[in-house]
Write a protein that binds this ligand. Sequence first.
Ligand code: SF4
Ligand code: SF4
Length: 334
Amino acid sequence: MPQILTEANLRSLIDLLVKESKLVVGPKQAGSLVLYEPLATGSDLKLGALPRRSSKELFFPICENILTFKKEEGVTKVQDVDRSAFPETVLIGALPCDASSPAILDAVFSWDYHDDFYLERRRKSTIVGIACTKGDDACFCTAVGYSPYGQEGSDLFLTPLTDGNFAVDVVTEKGQKLVDAHPSLFTEGKGAAPVSFQGPQGEKLDLAKIKEWLDTHFEDPLWQKIADICVGCGACAFICPACHCFDINDEGSADNGARRKHWDACGFAKFTNHASGHNPRDIQNKRYRNRIMHKFKYYSDKFDKTLCTGCGRCVRTCPVGIDIAEILDTINKG
Ligand code: SF4
Ligand code: SF4
C-alpha cells in the first residue's frame, strides 16, 4: 500500500532525527543563499530548493585530514583519523540531480581504490530525495538521461502532491529502516495527484552519438574556441555534484602537521603538472577537453553513465558564461 507523509510530519521527522543525535542536513536559507546545512529543527528545511553548492561535500568534504603527525623526542608519531566518529547522517530534501550524485561517486570511490573516508560517510548516510517540481533555464537533467522524478541515489523518495502532502517511495533497506523507526508519521493511502514539473525539460541528447564524436575528435577546433574564453577558475568543478578530483598535501612543519585531502579541478593549470616539470595538459584547450571527455566519454566507458546530472550549476556559475548544455548540443548536432 502506498504511504503518505504530510509536510508537518516531514518536519516532525527532522525534529525526531535531530533528537536521536543524527546529523540532519538539507536545503536551508543562509543569508541570501540556500545551502545544504545542518538542520536544527524541521522548520529550517527549505523545501524544493536547489542549494547553491551540491550535496557531495557531505560525503566528500572540501578539505579533510587523512592523518596527523607529530615529532616527540625525536620520534615522529602518526595518528589515523577516527572514522568511527563520523556521524550518522540523514540528507533530506535533495532534488534528483543531487540525490543521484552519490550513486555516481560510489562507483569511483569503490573502484580501483576503496576510499574509506568517503565509503564510511556513505555507509552512515540515508538520503531522502524529493521530486523536482520547478526547473530553470539552466537545468537540463532530462537531456542527459536523468529526470525530475528520478529515484536513483535516494533511499526514500518523496513526491509532492497537489494537496501539499508527499507520496513516499521506499527505495532501499535504509529507507525502509527510516520508515519503520517512525511509523506514526507515515499513513497508508494513495493521496492526491502528483504536482506536475514546470520548466524546461531539455531535448534528450544522443549520448551515444556524443561519445562517438568524442572518440574521434580529440583534436578539434571546438576545444580552442572554448579555451579562448575559459579563465580556468575551476568553479564549474567545485560546484558540480559529480566532479570528484582531489589532491593530497602534507601541511605544517617537519615536526607537526597533517596530511590533507583537498578538492582539485582539471581546469587548473597545475592539476597535471608532473614532478619533472612536464605538464601534459599545459594549455587550457587540453584542460577543457578533459572536462568534457571525462564526463561524457571516460566515465561513460568505465561505468556506463555520464558524469553529469544536468543540475545546471556550472551554467549558472561560470563567470564567463560557458554553457555545457550548449556545448553538448553543438556536439550532438555535429
Ligand atoms: S557538469 Fe554542470 S550541469 Fe553537469 S552535474 Fe556538473 S555542475 Fe551540474
Ligand atoms: S567556471 Fe567557466 S571559466 Fe571557470 S573553469 Fe569552468 S568553464 Fe572555465
